[in-house]
Design a protein around this ligand. Structure first.
Ligand SMILES: Cc1cc2nc3c(=O)[nH]c(=O)nc-3n(C[C@H](O)[C@H](O)[C@H](O)COP(=O)(O)O)c2cc1C
Length: 398
């Protein structure tokens, strides 16, 4: 139900996008929400972020259920990306073109470049600036590159609410609105979001968490721009973020592969059996059936990445190249790597996969395992043994 009252005079007037599955190329999400927050105080009415453009009508209806939109005195843009700013021009048109929009220094640049055919009354807020609304006070925290240069947080002092933009969000639409209405599954959505959006900025996340702690801000609620709001114990998501940012791993291996004539798949199955026999968790992931965004989510707490590819035209199979291009951009750190694959004559794929591990800074278990065409019983035993070796290496690496 929107608008959603989250505290006295504070509402989530955003919208739920139930049907979206592919979010900037990261498929298999379960919908999302574009949260936007309306604060009605004695002197000022403030809107924090807007929604994706096609939802503008529904968004305005939500606002109207609380207040006449023309009473909005100012808008804060925590993040210029279109899912939070797309509705901005139409909102301004409806409530008054002169309405001030407050944003970070980089936000000014990004919003101007997004809406280059429109004159928006932009005002830059410096980090730490306070803005009095009547009974309440807002302040602004710079969170550059989490995950865009313009990103910032807005903090509502008296209520202890952190409006955290994309951080701590999840691409997940549900009838539930708050963390206490959901179980552990909520963290899986948050983990997927982190793995696919925030992982490249993990060192910055660590620093941000430290600085939030040092500021000693009371945090009664964390309200991201996507998904469920954290009100029961916001500390929990901060703790998870700390662990994900440190890229902590467990005794887990993912085996990511593709195959044309099933030889590499036969090898994969034996490697899975061998690795499992050592007691480590093993997840086989055929790239035909697992989306790269799910592979990244599973990789995040895995200690080893095992890649399997047949040789095709002296190279790696293209589906694996897709995953690797995506993975490299997200900068996972501190993993073990192992490669395998079937080949017919030249067999370059394993060597090239090893190069990819070197580029990513992964520690290679060895030079990998190749099989000529279809693996016989001896080759399959070698695959099983290779799996055992991988499992032992995972257990040996803390
Ligand atoms: C179109 C095509 C191109 C291939 N190119 C190479 C190649 O350049 N070098 C090589 O060693 N094998 C090459 N192969 C042979 C495959 O690597 C071999 O058939 C392998 O066993 C396939 O493994 P899979 O069953 O896991 O797909 C090629 C196969 C096909 C179908």
């Amino acid at each position: 139900m929107r608008p959603l009252k989250i505290a006295e005079g504070i509402y989530d007037v955003g919208v739920k996008d139930w049907n979206i599955r592919d979010f900037h190329g990261y498929s298999t999400y379960m919908g999302t929400t574009y949260n936007s927050f309306l604060i009605v105080d004695d002197d000022k009415v403030v809107l924090i972020d807007t929604v994706k453009e096609p939802f503008t009508h529904q968004f305005m209806e939500n606002i109207r259920k609380v207040i006449d939109p023309k009473k909005i005195d100012l808008i804060i843009s925590n993040h210029a990306e279109m899912d939070h700013s797309g509705a901005l021009p139409r909102v301004l048109h409806l409530i008054g073109e002169e309405t001030p929009v407050y944003c970070s220094k980089m936000g000014e640049k990004a919003l101007s470049a997004h809406f280059n055919d429109k004159k928006i009354n932009l005002h830059v807020v410096k980090p730490g600036t306070e803005m009095k609304l009547g009974k309440r006070t807002l302040s602004f925290i710079e969170t550059r590159m989490l995950h865009w240069p313009d990103s910032m947080f807005t903090y509502l002092k008296e209520d202890g609410i952190l409006f955290s933009s994309d951080a701590f969000g999840q691409h997940y639409a549900s009838h539930e609105n708050f963390d206490d209405e959901m179980g552990e599954g909520l963290f899986e959505h948050a983990k997927k979001y982190f793995a696919n959006i925030l992982l490249p900025f993990a060192p910055r996340v660590e620093k941000l968490l430290e600085s939030i702690e040092s500021m000693g801000l009371p945090l009664n609620m964390i309200c991201p721009d996507h998904g469920i709001l954290w009100r029961k114990n916001p500390e929990m998501i901060l703790e998870r973020y700390a662990s994900w940012a440190r890229q902590e791993t467990k005794e887990k291996v993912i085996i990511v592969y593709d195959t044309m004539w099933n030889s590499t798949e036969k090898m994969a199955r034996k490697i899975v059996d061998g690795a499992r026999s050592t007691g480590v968790e093993v997840i086989p992931m055929s790239v035909r059936n697992w989306h790269r965004s799910d592979i990244m989510t599973e990789l995040m707490d895995s200690r080893a990445l095992v890649l399997g590819s047949p040789t095709l035209n002296n190279g790696i199979f293209p589906t694996l190249c897709d995953v690797l291009a995506y993975m490299k951009g997200l900068k996972p750190q501190g993993k073990l790597g192992a490669a395998f694959g079937s080949y017919g004559w030249s067999g370059e794929a394993v060597k090239l996969l090893n190069k990819e591990f070197d580029t990513m800074g992964f520690e290679r278990i060895d030079d990998g395992l190749r099989t000529l065409y279809v693996p016989d019983s001896e080759a399959l035993q070698a695959c099983y043994d290779y799996g055992v070796r991988i499992g032992e290496a995972v257990k040996a690496k803390s």
